[in-house]
Structure formats: structure tokens, C-alpha cells
Design a protein around this ligand. Sequence first.
Ligand code: NDP
Length: 320
Amino acid sequence: MQDTQRHTRKIVIIGSGPAGYTAAIYAARARLEPLLYEGFYSGPAGGQLMTTTDVENYPGFPEGITGPEIMELFKKQAERFGTVCLTEDVQNVDFSKRPFTIQGSSTASSAHAVIICTGAAAKRLDIPGTRDGEFWQKGVSACAVCDGAIPLFRNKDLYVIGGGDAACEEALFLTHYASKVYLVHRRDELRASKIMAERTLKHPKIEVLWDSVVDSVSGDSVVKAVTILHLKSAAKQTRPAGGLFFAVGHVPNTAFLQGQLPLTETGYIQVKPGTTTTSLEGVFAAGDVQDHVYRQAITAAGTGCMAALEAERYLSSLGD
Ligand code: NDP
């Protein structure tokens, strides 16, 4: 392993979504010279917004902005004040002794304070036919915005599972390519925000299959059909399909912590309410990795700012 960061840093930030870059902007402006691990295989630098189309609700962009564009701006702003960004994943950390050590895929570092902003990743459901080695990535995907434009999905009936904002956004996005999009939702009411739900429900190419789940997926070398189970009548129907997309929420990216910090039952980092402090002094968490409620770019950025301010205060208390 290369160790190009031999001196102990004041602060290391893990993760590069709105939380990570905002923490970096504040930490860099406070002259804490942050090192930020952006991630690589674990997902694109920039986090979930890199796989989003238009961001219409981030204040300051009245005409909207694309996810990748806004993340490029976040990163530029962090680098402008001296943040060093490493395009690699953190494989493990050692918080049992101080300074803390952070092991990236090629760069190890140590720091007096760490801010974790590793976000969350799209969840998959364990449906027969969708697993690895079956039709996963052969017509089954957890990101319509990443995969929806490929020829495999053109002019086919496509299915999206979920009833939240992500499901609506994915369904709307897929209307550009599909002959028809079916939103399969397990209840009779969407969870999505009013504006997204309205757009979805009135779109001529989208039909919602209420009270329904996908029972199985079948095909040859790629997906050819889905079997839908109507939960109220228990009726099953197999229908032609060119693709299936999961939009059923997210799991926090905390596996690399390997028990070094207490997590909630669902794997989120526990922070003291109203703060970003974890149970370990000097370790802070911001963004979706500690928030299963709001999960917005603006709230992630807000908690990133809080984490940097709290880390700065902590470092001052050490006399650094
Ligand atoms: P949500 O948790 O909001 O929605 C998940 C959906 O998946 C729900 O409808 C849920 O059903 C369904 N679901 C969960 N588990 C299962 C299961 N086992 N079987 C079938 N269906 C299941 O997640 P999202 O990813 O949609 O959104 C996360 C956050 O990101 C939200 O705060 C959202 O507002 C935000 N967001 C905003 C966007 C925007 O404004 N453009 C775009 C995307 C996300 P049920 O409703 O029955 O629980």
C-alpha cells in the first residue's frame, strides 16, 4: 500500500456527495487542510446526485441544474480552498486508537478528526430472476437514470418498483425510451411528493399497478417478462417486459466501518440528535449515512457544514 499522507492530518473526510464537499469547503476555509476520499468503485465521486437528472429544489438554481453539474461545482468550490481529493474508496478505518487511521485502496492516512459522509446506495429486492447471475444487469437495474438509455430498453414495456420520489423520477425518465412504463406499487397511494406524483399520474405513457408486487422475472439472455402479483386478489399475471428497475429506497454505506461505530438497526450511523457527533469523540457523520428521514441534497449539505464546524471546535479543544 502506498502511504503518501505520512503526516497526521487535522481532518479527513470520507465521501463526496453534498455532505462531504460542503464539510470540505468549511474545513478548508478554516485552514484545516482536509483530505477527502471521493470513492471510486463504491460509486461515482459526487454521490447519488451523479445519477439524477434535474435538480429542481436546490436553492440558488431557479431554472434547475443537473445532478452531475451541481456536484462538479461543489467539488470545484472545495478544491478552490485547498481540499485534496483522492479518487479512491476507503476500505477500512481504525478508530480504536488516536490519531485515527484511514485505509484507502492505495493511500493510507491518519487524522485527529474524521467526518463520514458516505451516503447510501439503492436497495435491491430479492425477487426470483433478479439476482446476480440471473437477470441482474441484463434488464434488471437499480438506476434508470444510469442505465435507462441503453438500446436494450428502447421501445419496450418497462417496469419500475416503488412509490416514492425516486420511483416517479425513474418512471418519468424512462418514458423517453420505453413504449410504456408501469409503476408497480405495493399500496394504493404514492409516497412521492405531490408534484412528482402529479407528473407521474398524468403522464400518458405511465400506468400505475396499485397494490401489486413483482413476483418473478423471466427471459432468455435478457429480461423478457415479469410476473405481477396483485396483493388484494392474489391474482398473478405474466406480462412482456424489456426491463425492471428497483426504486425502493436506500441502504447506508457503512460496511467499511466493520463495527467501529455503533449503528442503528438499519445500518445508519447514530449521531447525537441535533448534531453530527457520533459516540466516538472526534468522529462525525453527515448526510444520508446518518439521515434516513430527510435525505435531500440540501439537508446533506447542511449537516456537512455542521460536521465541519463541530470538528473545528473539537480540534480547537485539543489545542491544535
Ligand atoms: P422512499 O423511501 O421515499 O420510497 C421507497 C418506495 O419503495 C416506497 O414507495 C416503498 O413503498 C417502496 N418499497 C420499499 N420497500 C419495498 C418492498 N420490499 N417491496 C415493494 N416496495 C417497496 O425512497 P426514495 O428513494 O424514493 O426517496 C428517498 C428520498 O430521496 C426521499 O426523501 C425523496 O423525497 C428523495 N428524492 C427526491 C427526488 C426529487 O425530489 N426529485 C428524487 C428521488 C428521491 P411504501 O410507500 O409502501 O413504503
